[in-house]
Design a protein around this ligand. Sequence first.
Ligand SMILES: Cc1cc2nc3c(=O)[nH]c(=O)nc-3n(C[C@H](O)[C@H](O)[C@H](O)COP(=O)(O)OP(=O)(O)OC[C@H]3O[C@@H](n4cnc5c(N)ncnc54)[C@H](O)[C@@H]3O)c2cc1C
Ligand SMILES: NC(=O)c1ccc[n+]([C@@H]2O[C@H](COP(=O)([O-])OP(=O)(O)OC[C@H]3O[C@@H](n4cnc5c(N)ncnc54)[C@H](OP(=O)(O)O)[C@@H]3O)[C@@H](O)[C@H]2O)c1
Length: 435
Amino acid sequence: MLRVAIIGSGPAGVYSAAALVAHGDVSVDVFERLPCPFGLVRYGVAPDHPKIKSIASALRKTFEDPAVRFLGNVEVGRDLTLEDLHRHFDAVVYTSGAAVDRRLDIPGEDLPGSFSATQFVAWYCGHPDAPLDRFPLQTTAVAVIGVGNVALDVTRILAKTAQELRPTDLPDHVLAALERSHVQDIHLIGRRGPAQAKFSTKELRELGELAQADILVDPADLVLDEESAELAATEPTVRRNLDVLGEWATRSPAGRPRRVHLRFRLRPVEVLGASSVRGLRLESTAAGPGCTLEVGMVLRAVGYRGVPSPGLPFDEDRGVIPSQAGRVLRDGVAAVGEYTAGWIKRGPTGVIGTNKSDAAETVASLLADADSLPLAQQRDPGDVDALLESRGVDVVTWDGWCAIEAAEAQLGLTQGRAAVKIADRASLLAAALRR
Ligand SMILES: Cc1cc2nc3c(=O)[nH]c(=O)nc-3n(C[C@H](O)[C@H](O)[C@H](O)COP(=O)(O)OP(=O)(O)OC[C@H]3O[C@@H](n4cnc5c(N)ncnc54)[C@H](O)[C@@H]3O)c2cc1C
Ligand SMILES: NC(=O)c1ccc[n+]([C@@H]2O[C@H](COP(=O)([O-])OP(=O)(O)OC[C@H]3O[C@@H](n4cnc5c(N)ncnc54)[C@H](OP(=O)(O)O)[C@@H]3O)[C@@H](O)[C@H]2O)c1
């Protein structure tokens, strides 16, 4: 039987495990640094998108297979070394995602009040590493930089009312902070034109359906240059996005208490303020006038980035583990026994489903190498458990995760909500380990 370790329990890790056990004679241990599984499905997908979140019910089936074990609260690089992994497993698949944010590299970016969407998302999703309260929601105006789906998510969460957010599983402290929010104006800023925006149309359309926010689009922003007109003619998503924006440009504001301003062809050049954010200076990228927005918070939603893992090669430019058909490349040579899938393999783009075909490619390479894999010396799953125990690691098993889920549902019951996320690590571990 082949013994495989997977590092990370996001979609890429789970789809890799599913593809491996579908093959037959394989047993898989999935190591996850957090007490909870599913990566960005739990800690990225917006809480007001329950249908997408329910993908977790499909992913959980993989962990219900006796050939797959979940070992949560185990961080590779801290609790286990690469040498440990190769001693216990015939092959290792790295699916550690893209945990950090990209930067703008402009003056003022590190002022208090300037954050990445990564930090804001981690906070509202109840990520155990996110500080409890750091966002100045007493400000009335916020700038969101970037026009991709993450920018839409953070804008929507800021623009929704407490009544709209209450049915979600937002942690208590997040719901309370958003209930107290003074935010009225959210400026969503794209450095290129609307045809180049990365929005999915379904997600874009949702912005126009908010109960208490008007959407403001300047018709002048929708005038297309030749390249954009070509894109609109050939790309159905671009056409549909432009149709949505075009309809909004004709709307008269209904006087709702919040406003989302969509702005294009403006690039941020400086975050202004002495001790905290007071404004954002923007320059036109189309020979028009620039402008300064008075805002008390800036959120950059300009993409995610992978982080290097100790002992593994890393492509600094792309923020990925270099690979070929899923095989990790060491000095340009494919390493037998080391594989990668998901965002850490191909970079931080693509929806959940994209990771399924990506994982399939990686698993096909691993299985093709099966006969030449260096066999692990300590193949018994109990050996891994004993090693982790000897290092004092409190492993969260699948049953432990089910106990966390039950505790979150119980918390929801007390508030008339389906579930309430537990955010801090100690409480998660207490629920999982029944301490
Ligand atoms: C804010 C946001 C919202 C999104 N919303 C949607 C959406 O609505 N619909 C959609 O289809 N797609 C959405 N996506 C995209 C989708 O989430 C990604 O395509 C997908 O999660 C990538 O999967 P992954 O497994 O590569 O990475 P991840 O989901 O990030 O999983 C990586 C896992 O590895 C773990 N890990 C990292 N390092 C270690 C280590 N050293 N040891 C052990 N474990 C480790 C992490 O804790 C994490 O659990 C969203 C993305 C973001 C950023
Ligand atoms: N509901 C969903 O399906 C959902 C939700 C969230 C995320 N996701 C997926 O997750 C992936 C990541 O999403 P994302 O929004 O992080 O990334 P993204 O789609 O790549 O969007 C990033 C945005 O940031 C802009 N940007 C980058 N650098 C910039 C800079 N220096 N200054 C100003 N703007 C800059 C980009 O503009 P340029 O184009 O000009 O570079 C782009 O508009 C995507 O594949 C997305 O579809 C899906």
